[in-house]
Design a protein around this ligand. Structure first.
Ligand SMILES: [Ca+2]
Ligand SMILES: [Ca+2]
Length: 316
């Protein structure tokens, strides 16, 4: 058993505590060797399937189309879509031949079953939309929903200057105002049955006791852009979810070692220039950067980088 980390670009599944299968080098005579190698490869494939079935952190970084990063698409009336400088861009509007409400839309869904039962779960996404808040009645222009069969859900609808969270019909609906014409960083942290915290750009918007643990078997995560009456453009920088990394560990993907994969996120924390979330001394680098904040002073700066280097184990 050893720790293994596997990634495919940055639109990757980062694996955790995976166990290598046997080496596929042959040490037997020719015919038997071929059988041995084939069997070995089959075993390795099974290992890979096992790894991909229980990733602790899943990343979509907007550098490939979502359907090429294991998200299941569902589109209506051929909305516009493009990749642009690390962002996935959706353009939606009324559908030719179809009277509104209800125009172009496309969603992407991914099951959360591999993470069911996890005690410290986060979802973080960064988006910007031009859509009007009048579209929210039709769950447009942008939404992200974490939900499942047990009725526990976190249902966000996002417009250019307002966001809405619905957890349950029996709970108050939470609205927050947004600075328009800017991308915002949304983060939800769930701690079993104990607590949930929702923040935007590092500022806590809502928190409380969840109705139950999440994710559970059958839970899914879905994000979408949709036209109800109007046209809009929504840009997704990333959608990330998985185990909340340990504070001050440098280990973003919770795989027990600090490597280049973690450095990608450490560097982001160090250099962030965003509303409410900034890298450098004296700045608040946000809740998504607690893993990078070795001295727990809220900022991610060069003193944290020095400590990151101490923990860094290249190639391991
Ligand atoms: Ca790591
Ligand atoms: Ca710090």
């Amino acid at each position: 058993m050893r720790t293994h980390l596997h990634s495919v670009g940055m639109d990757a599944i980062i694996l955790h505590n995976a166990s290598y299968g046997p080496s596929c080098r042959a040490s037997t005579p020719h015919s038997a060797r071929e059988v041995s190698v084939l069997a070995c490869h089959a075993i390795l494939i099974l290992f890979v399937l096992e790894w991909t079935s229980r990733p602790p952190v899943v990343l979509y970084e907007g550098t490939v189309l979502p359907e090429n990063a294991a998200w299941v698409p569902n589109a209506f009336c051929e909305p516009g879509r493009a990749l642009s400088d690390g962002w996935f861009v959706q353009q939606v509007g009324p559908c030719d031949g179809v009277d509104p409400p209800g125009g172009q839309q496309e969603s992407f869904t991914r099951p959360l079953d591999p993470l069911a039962g996890i005690e410290e779960f986060f979802i973080e996404w960064r988006i910007q939309t031009t859509g009007d808040r009048s579209e929210m009645i039709g769950v447009a222009p942008a939404s992200l929903v974490a939900g499942g069969s047990l009725g526990i859900s976190y249902h966000f609808t996002i417009a250019r200057d307002q966001v809405r969270l619905i957890r349950d019909n029996f709970l108050p609906i939470v609205f927050a105002e947004l600075q328009p014409d800017a991308a915002h960083t949304y983060r939800v942290e769930l701690y079993g049955s104990k607590s949930y915290v929702w923040s935007i750009d590092g500022q806590v918007i809502d928190f409380g006791v969840p109705e139950g643990p999440f994710p559970v078997p059958g839970s899914v995560l879905q994000w979408r852009s949709k036209s109800w009456f109007l046209s809009s453009t929504t840009r997704w920088d990333y959608v990330r979810f998985g185990r909340v990394p340990e504070d001050g560990s440098g280990d973003y993907n919770s795989n027990g070692v600090v490597t280049l994969d973690d450095f990608y996120f450490f560097h982001e924390c160090l250099t962030n220039v965003r509303p409410g979330i900034k890298g450098g001394p004296g700045q608040d680098s946000g809740p998504g950067c607690r893993f990078a904040d070795f001295n727990a002073d809220s900022s991610t700066d060069l003193s944290d980088f020095a400590e990151f280097q101490v923990h860094f184990t290249a190639g391991e």
